[in-house]
Design a protein around this ligand. Structure first.
Ligand code: BES
Ligand code: ZN
Ligand code: ZN
Length: 496
């Protein structure tokens, strides 16, 4: 989809479709709606007075202009009640409009974005572009039949009436595109099956981003990880024939900026290992690298946005499979930190590979460590699939995440990490075990990770719920969502 900015007025602009938004109720008419109504000799007012368009949230009403306007068609889209309007609804409205236009097989539309309530044109443009691009995302590159039936919007024109507005639209468009591209890249990686996105492919992707954005990149293979002492990562990787990779990406190295480490779980397929999972829905475990995909997306977006931070992206990537060489329940592993872990379940593999990655991140002396992981089924039981489970050892960092969550619309909910929970992972033979009880499963996963960050401010985001969804949301088609990218890019943009 090409998005262009042009100088012009909505009521005079020749195009296939003019997109117009309004609140519920739509009267009194405002902005572009009012101008179009005047040009159209009160047609919109009549339509609205007759009750044919109420402005309900996401309501779409397509009208043919019969030559009354320069545009062939107009699409009215409802924003819901004015008091309830926010950027999240706006992203949803942009998405619903885009889906409606695409599904109607209309290939081009124009739209003018005017200030709404207290929101400025730049932020409205960014959110509009984000909603539109994320809402019309489709993962269809593996379908070979009837490709000619795939529908897509080819061109969008954002109209600005003067140079000042155009400059604001340009900024919003640029940011919206950078962020949406990063989210779509993360979605593509997590939607792709595990025979196509292997640890080597994740490493290649990291190298590609590094080349495009001039980042530092290092990829360690299993022998190197073993030589470094990553006993937990190596144990998980041992059962698979697919070569494991430990990936490190670095942006703004050696410039004296604040260092933030981003750690992403990169299990390209989680069968559970010897503690094998039930077959039902196991195919979704191709997305057990959603944390890794998000880290790649964040690194790409942060560098394109030229954020003034030193970022280190760390991705332990491997499959988790059973085999004659696989690690087993009862095994005791020596982690990179020196601490030992008794394996109770080989299906609690995420915390094992992350333990070594978290310890590795400490060598950069980061101001903050943030990990993203599809870590536990328990977090989905606790919070459902709308919400990211938020854990950490530092109130101020958690508050920053909560603020970024409100702005980005990627919901987080804080769960506790009290000392009492440590009792659950005490082992008779090692320092800890990798599984506690079924009760408080998400918290126990987080408690385990906390043993590997020392005193560094750290946040753990358990994204097992929203990373892969079975029912679509306003601007998230079903499947991989790329969750975490927009949340953390917002955090990093606001970092102080
Ligand atoms: N990858 C899973 C967690 C998961 C479950 C992600 C559902 C997305 C959807 C993780 O490795 C796992 O298997 N966790 C176990 C931990 C248990 C053995 C303590 C779980 O949640 O059952
Ligand atoms: Zn598992
Ligand atoms: Zn897993």
């Amino acid at each position: 989809m090409e998005i262009r900015i042009e100088k012009g007025q909505p009521e005079k602009y020749p195009c296939e479709l003019l997109l117009l938004f309004s609140f519920e109720p739509p009267t009194p008419l405002e902005g572009a709606m009012e101008r179009v109504d005047q040009e159209w000799k009160g047609f919109l007012s009549t339509l609205i007075n007759q009750g044919d368009f109420k402005g309900e949230l996401y309501q779409c009403r397509l009208i043919h202009t019969q030559g009354a306007l320069s545009s062939k068609r107009a699409l009215l889209v409802g924003l819901g009640k004015k008091e309830e309007f926010d950027l999240e609804k706006w992203r949803g409205a942009a998405s619903k409009a885009g889906q409606f236009i695409r599904d109607s097989e209309i290939k081009q539309f124009a739209c003018q974005i005017n200030p709404i309530k207290d929101f400025a044109v730049e932020e409205l443009t960014e959110s509009f572009v984000t909603g539109l691009l994320l809402g019309t995302y489709q993962f269809n590159k593996l379908k070979t039949l009837e490709r000619e039936k795939i529908k897509r919007i080819e061109r969008v024109i954002l109209l600005g009436e003067n140079e000042e507005k155009i400059a604001q639209i340009e900024q919003g468009l640029k940011h919206g595109q950078i962020i949406s591209d990063a989210v779509c890249m993360a979605r593509d990686l997590a939607n792709a099956p595990s025979n196509q996105v292997t640890p080597s492919v994740l490493a290649d992707k990291a190298r590609e981003i590094a080349k495009d954005q001039r980042l530092g990149v290092e990829v360690f293979d299993l022998n190197e990880a073993e030589a470094m002492g990553m006993g937990a990562f190596v144990a998980v990787a041992k059962g698979s024939q697919e070569p494991a990779k430990f990936i490190v990406l670095e942006y703004n190295q050696g410039k004296g900026m604040d260092t933030i480490a981003l750690v992403g779980k990169g299990i390209t397929f989680d069968s559970g290992g010897i503690s094998i999972k039930p077959a039902e829905k196991m195919e979704q475990m191709k997305a057990d690298m959603s944390g890794a995909a998000a880290v790649l997306g964040i690194m790409q977006a942060a560098s394109k946005l030229q954020l003034p931070l030193h970022l280190v992206g760390i991705i332990p990537a491997t499959e988790n499979l059973p085999s004659g060489k696989a690690y087993k329940p009862g095994d005791v592993l020596k982690t990179l930190s020196g601490q030992t872990v008794e394996v109770i379940s080989t299906d609690a593999e995420g915390r094992l590979i992350l333990s070594d990655a978290l310890t590795y991140s400490l060598r950069y002396k980061p101001k903050a460590i943030i990990d993203l992981a599809t870590l536990t089924g328990a977090v989905v039981i606790a919070l459902g699939d709308y919400v990211i489970g938020l854990f950490g050892n530092d109130d101020s960092l958690q508050k920053k995440i909560e603020l970024a969550s409100q702005k980005s619309g990627e919901k987080v909910w804080k769960l506790p990490l009290w000392d009492e929970y440590f009792d659950y992972i005490k082992s008779d033979v090692a320092d800890f075990k990798n599984v506690g009880t079924r009760a408080a499963g998400a918290i126990i996963g987080a408690i385990f990770l906390s043993k590997f960050v020392e005193k560094t401010p750290w946040v753990h985001l358990d994204i097992a719920g929203p990373a892969f969804i079975e029912k679509e949301r306003p601007y998230m088609p079903k499947g991989a969502t790329g969750i975490g990218v927009r949340l953390l890019v917002q955090l990093l943009r606001d970092w102080k």
